[in-house]
Design a protein around this ligand. Sequence first.
Ligand code: MG
Length: 165
Amino acid sequence: MKPELTAAFNEQITREFSSSYQYLAMAAWLEARSFPGMAHWMRLQSEEEWAHGMKFYQFVLDRSQVVELGPIPAPDVDFDSPLAVFARSLAAEEAVTAAINDLYALATELRDYASLPLLDWFVNEQVEEEATVSQVIDDLERAEGEGHALLMLDRELGARVGGAG
Ligand code: MG
């Protein structure tokens, strides 16, 4: 594996763990404002991002390269509303999608075809991530100002099962 590509994979490991940390901060914000279902959803999302980081981590090792973890920035902790939390989440997923696309382009340019099955998995995963968060945003927009609808949505998001995908 070319050093340039290893460095890019290592950056992606840090990005996924940063994302996990950001989702945990969102969970904490929601817990504090008594949205236990949305907080549960964010905790599972945090676990899923951790698992993504570990997928890249293992791949770097499997390719006989050295894992180098970078610093994780402090997460955003101030939000105006649950809608603002999920909007921040969508922006973060779009940034991750762009990063995965850049990795894909680099791996292709360097003819590192062994990276492509893993990156294909992530390309598909990002389509799903963005679709899921967009749906929650639509639901939150519809529920705006209606306590009952917001409560129902919190219950629904609280029923999410599984995490690490
Ligand atoms: Mg991810």
